[in-house]
Design a protein around this ligand. Structure first.
Ligand code: ATP
Ligand code: MG
Length: 220
């Protein structure tokens, strides 16, 4: 059984009289330990697919199964718990909380699970991402690349088995992007499943499998 199976998902965004079909009949499977990239033009539906896979937005139609279980059949609390324990999500726009320091932002998913993150674990993640010196800064005091790394650290704090990253290197220079990609490669080597949305062929070259989306459909 596939770790993740997405079956015929569709997403319609309705605003006023207009409906945008952002995702149209998308079906694919992800096996445990895979390293996948999702590519496609701006507006193709990549972020929407990723957020549906991560249980963050509900599809208009279709199912998302983890080990055969439909996550959207869970109630709100159960789904939130499942997400916090199993899924790390790195948003295209960071989504850091502006009034919390880096350290506090990274700790949020652990605190939501009712446990203080282990200091050693948190410091280790920060070290790997090169943000040790920035742990006591607020997001407004960080560069785009640093905010991105704090967002990655936050996605890793609960030791999820699957990591979804939406354009994780979009705001970084090529050297920093390569550093960040080596973090994902290392995580994948340690058995984590990694799904990355990107425009960048260089990023895609790290991944074993590529899914290409156009107009809400998988084309390759
Ligand atoms: N909340 C929303 N309400 C209405 N329309 C939306 C919403 N979010 C996305 N869309 C529309 O759905 C389509 C797919 O958007 P999505 O963000 O998934 O694209 P994307 O492939 O991630 O693009 P980009 O590469 O620019 O990030 C676009 O036409 C977008 O305008
Ligand atoms: Mg996007």
């Amino acid at each position: 059984m596939a770790m993740l199976e997405v079956k015929r998902i569709r997403k319609d965004y309705v605003s006023g009289l207009r409906t945008v079909r952002a995702v149209n009949e998308v079906t694919f499977k992800v096996e445990n330990g895979e390293f996948i990239t999702v590519m496609g033009a701006s507006g193709a539906g990549k972020s929407t697919v990723l957020q549906i896979c991560a249980g963050l937005i509900r599809p208009t139609d279709g199912v998302v199964l983890y080990d055969g279980v439909d996550i959207f059949s869970k109630d709100k609390e159960e789904l939130a718990l499942f997400r916090r324990n199993n899924i790390g999500y790195i948003f295209q726009s960071f989504n850091l909380l502006p009034m919390l320091t880096s350290r506090e932002n990274i700790a949020v998913p652990a605190l939501l699970n009712g446990k203080k993150p282990d200091e050693g674990t948190l410091n280790g993640i920060a070290e790997t991402l090169g943000i040790t010196e920035r742990l006591d800064h607020f997001p407004g005091e960080l560069s785009g690349g640093e905010q991105q790394r704090v967002a990655i650290a936050r996605a890793l704090v609960n030791d999820p088995s699957v990591i979804f990253a939406d354009e994780p290197t979009g705001n970084l220079d090529s050297a920093t992007a390569a550093d960040i990609m080596s973090v994902f490669v290392e995580l994948n080597k340690r058995g984590k499943t990694v799904v990355i949305v990107t425009h960048d062929d260089k990023v895609a070259s790290y991944c074993a499998r590529k899914i290409v989306i156009a107009d809400g459909r998988i084309v390759k």
